[in-house]
Design a protein around this ligand. Sequence first.
Ligand code: APR
Length: 238
Amino acid sequence: MNHEIDTLREWIAGSDNIVFFGGAGVSTESGIPDFRSVDGLYHQQYRYPPETIISHSFFAANPEEFYRFYRDKLVVRGARPNRAHLRLAELEREGKLRAVITQNIDGLHQAAGSREVIELHGSTLRCYCERCGKRYPVETVNDSEGVPRCDCGGVIRPDVVLYEEGLDEQNLRKAIGYIREADVLIVGGTSLIVYPAAGLINYYRGNKLVLVNLSETPRDSEADLLVRGRIGEVFSQV
Ligand code: APR
């Protein structure tokens, strides 16, 4: 892996237009399990499959069960940014990285100091009334019991994209714009199997597509540089 890291270090040193696209694997070194690794969320046993629970129709039909799972498994308490989050924020401060595009909902990139962060799947740090749209402090959902209700009677929900829901069009447009113009696109900590997010890398037109991942992904063969390893460790060396 050292040769690959030397190349990645060179590409980073030589660019002022780097874009990062990441997933749950970026936060595992902060103690947050990902979804599809052997110890990931989707391999743990529940009454319903997790992908069923975090869907729009399940949320509408069984809000109590949804909130039990959501507060227990998706709300992050006490996790800290790791070396990958911190290095990405530093690269942005150095004027080398233009944007972080993430599928994560844990807010750790912003906690690390990143400013241009596009949260394709929303964030557990925001919530709103699904009837009137009124925004509420995050504690209204994360630190309460049962199904939180708005003054208007509507259900207050987390600002996360559930299965069966579309991604924010403006976020998608911004993400595509950054990726299309990127000199170096670093994709890390994602299995690249959930669309439309995973499809965004198709917009990359450069010749420095970097994949940093612990396990294989369906797009490995397209990488100009493949780094098989723990992303926090890799980013601490570039
Ligand atoms: N360093 C590098 N890669 C890692 C690390 C690490 N420390 N830890 C895990 N990985 C890799 C795993 O090998 C896996 O390929 O990160 C990937 C995480 O994949 P998933 O668990 O599928 O997470 P992600 O790709 O973000 O899932 C996409 O699926 O359920 C939806 O909305 C959810 O945003 C999520 C989306």
